[in-house]
Design a protein around this ligand. Structure first.
Ligand SMILES: Cc1cc2nc3c(=O)[nH]c(=O)nc-3n(C[C@H](O)[C@H](O)[C@H](O)COP(=O)(O)O)c2cc1C
Length: 212
């Protein structure tokens, strides 16, 4: 069952903050965290208050020079149908030979979960100061923080892109500007099935000690 987020008030600018937050619950979440495959998501989705809390938490991500190089579109209800129409229209322009069944498949993509957060990476063109790459990384951090906050509140979540995220017609429909990219569609809802553990990296092979 989702829990009602009981968050601390946003700290005042300049307020002293604890440098650490020892939390067994957080460690447990990170140790056992699993995305829920989008086909396992269903109703209900998070309330407006939950989404507000999730977004507030996620927008505290590291952000070099405080450029806030991202924004989020909340897509729910019938807006998902309109997004599906854009997905299908984009496919027919991309692939004039697409079959009606393929277009219908694309039309249904956004209906797989009650709520979608489209995270837009929107770097400012000031590459001498904060490289674009760093601004894009901040958008990725926002996606993952949304995933973690959603799970901690009791919502199942999945970060996917799929072909539509890279289609210029979909970009136009979502109001992306030149240089913007879709960092992810975060699908949110309630798990209809239990996800299972996937293969995980061999940490000792991926993280080695550099000694100079
Ligand atoms: C930027 C990004 C885009 C992704 N896009 C897709 C996608 O389009 N389809 C998909 O099946 N998984 C996609 N994934 C992978 C899933 O989000 C997820 O990480 C994966 O299923 C592993 O599950 P886990 O989060 O439990 O480790 C994407 C991940 C990232 C970081």
């Amino acid at each position: 069952m989702p829990i009602k987020p009981d968050l601390p008030k946003p700290p005042e600018f300049g307020a002293p903050l604890a440098p650490t937050h020892e939390s067994t619950e957080t460690l447990k979440l990170l140790a056992l965290r699993r995305s829920t495959p989008v086909l396992m998501l269903g109703e209900p989705g998070p309330s407006a208050a939950d989404l507000d809390a999730m977004l507030r938490l996620a927008m505290r991500v590291p952000d070099h020079r405080k450029l806030e190089p991202w924004r989020v579109l909340i897509i729910e209800g019938s807006a998902r149908e309109r997004l599906g129409d854009y997905f299908a229209a984009a496919r027919s322009l991309r692939e004039p030979d697409a079959t009606p069944a393929q277009l219908e498949e694309d039309r249904k993509l956004p209906l797989r979960a009650p709520t979608i957060l489209a995270v837009i990476s929107s770097p400012t063109h000031d590459p001498k100061k904060t490289p674009i790459w760093e601004q894009q990384l901040s958008a990725g951090a926002l996606c993952q923080t949304l995933m973690i906050a959603a799970n901690a509140m009791g919502w199942a979540a999945c970060w996917i892109t799929e072909t539509p995220a890279y289609d210029s017609h979909v970009h136009a429909a979502l109001g992306l500007k030149p240089g913007d990219q879709i960092a992810g569609f975060i699908y949110l809802g309630t798990a209809k099935e239990q996800p299972v553990e996937r293969q995980r990296p061999d940490v000792s092979a991926k993280a080695t000690r550099w000694t100079g």
